[in-house]
Design a binder for this molecule. Structure first.
Ligand code: NAP
Length: 283
């Protein structure tokens, strides 16, 4: 049986460290503050917002909710972002995407000051991840994968990591973060040939293809660690990931469950980015 890498355990440990750092900031007169910008009323956004607010409250981060109508114009949204950029009391921003179709997503992301971008949506943040100098903030989900590996003491340096997926939100940034941790990284996508064989050669597999249960027993071998980023609802209405969990869990050494794996760490990573941004201001 594989070791279950429960996200809540990693999130709890990180949250405890963040509470101490937030206290330290408050002693120097800085109250860490996150603005959450939500356009419209998407259920997923509202659920994540609730989780983020709970985590921030636990850590001691103030949250300002900027709730905007689905009909907002691009100009008005950019004005809101610029107001936040100028507000010295706000250290970080979470902007829910995708934005409504009449708004140019890229134009709005670029309006955000890179130093307040807590979820790797600006070019500045992505460039910082690629530079590997530890500046900027990676997308929270991508960084959650690294946090889980670190928390559970899974060796990364020198190991072979295979990432399935090359999106800008998960696949590419997590590949760069693994490379920054000195893994030997292979990034796969829908055109990759011999994917099961490539995966069997890995020490660590990150499944982020957005395809329910695609990682079957042909993809794995004993000794591996599998992180499942996918989120789906199966035919019975249960949440599942990109891995055929029941089939590969008996084979591999360690695996994240869905739910309760990678997704449980993201709000703690978001909070850690806000604390880091506030600490930079303090300096
Ligand atoms: P995405 O933008 O759709 O990207 C999927 C990537 O997987 C693409 O690069 C695609 O290749 C590749 N892919 C698709 N089918 C494949 C196949 N059969 N074999 C190999 N590669 C394949 O999705 P995403 O935004 O990165 O999200 C991935 C998953 O993570 C989704 O299930 C999403 O719901 C979930 N997610 C989870 C969290 C969390 O907190 N746990 C947060 C965000 C998203 P091409 O580039 O060639 O098309």
């Amino acid at each position: 049986m594989a070791k279950l890498l429960k996200g809540a355990e990693a999130a709890k440990a990180l949250t405890e460290q963040l509470i101490a750092r937030a206290d330290e900031l408050k002693r120097s007169g800085i109250k860490p503050c996150l603005a959450i910008v939500r356009v419209g009323e998407r259920d997923d956004d509202i659920a994540y917002e609730r989780g983020a607010m709970k985590r921030c409250e636990k850590v001691g981060i103030e949250v300002r909710n900027v709730l905007l109508s689905i009909d907002i114009t691009q100009e008005a949204l950019i004005e809101e972002i610029e107001k936040i950029n100028k507000d010295n009391d706000i250290h970080g921003v979470l902007l829910f995407r995708p934005l409504p179709k009449h708004i140019d997503d890229a134009a709005v992301c670029e309006a955000l000051a890179a130093e307040k971008d807590m979820d790797g949506i600006t070019r500045g943040s992505l460039a910082a991840i690629y530079s590997g100098r530890g500046e900027g903030y990676a997308p929270c989900t991508a960084q959650s994968c690294i946090e889980i590996l670190k928390h559970f003491g899974i060796p990364v340096a020198g190991k072979r990591a295979v990432v399935i997926g090359r999106s800008l939100v998960i696949g590419k940034p997590v590949s760069m973060l693994l490379l920054n941790e000195n893994a030997t990284v292979t990034t796969c996508h829908s055109r990759s040939e011999n994917l099961p064989q490539i995966c069997r050669e890995a020490d660590i597999i990150i499944a982020a293809a957005g395809k329910a249960a695609m990682v079957t027993k042909e993809y794995v071998k004993p000794g591996q660690t599998v992180l499942d980023v996918g989120i789906h609802v199966d035919d019975e209405g249960n949440m599942c990931g990109d891995t055929a969990f029941a089939e590969i869990e008996p084979v591999v050494d360690a695996i994240t469950p869905v739910p309760g794996g990678v997704g449980s760490v993201t709000t703690a990573i978001l909070a850690s980015h806000v604390i880091e941004a506030a600490e930079k201001v303090a300096k």
